[in-house]
Ligand binder design. Structure first.
Ligand SMILES: [Zn+2]
Length: 77
């Protein structure tokens, strides 16, 4: 078993879009343009509103590209 622990070096934001047909939440990596996505539950297609690129950059900045989200207490004895 490989016990090498790898930490992330970057992050993506996954947004959940409620399907207008079935209401289930469909995950999509934050699109920068309106994106046509297909519901993974009922196959209905709809357009996901885009994310703001500057706001995504801000989240990456304040989380050091996700590195501060790691639970370091997990690795302590
Ligand atoms: Zn659906």
């Amino acid at each position: 078993m490989n016990t090498e622990i790898v930490h992330p070096t970057d992050m993506e934001i996954v947004l959940l879009y409620p399907c207008p047909k079935c209401g289930k939440k469909v995950p999509a990596i934050a699109p920068l343009e309106p994106e046509n996505i297909k519901c993974t539950y009922c196959d209905h297609r709809f357009v996901a509103a885009p994310a703001d690129e500057q706001d995504l950059d801000f989240l990456r900045l304040i989380t050091a590209n996700g590195r501060i989200l790691i639970n370091n207490n997990f690795f302590k004895g």
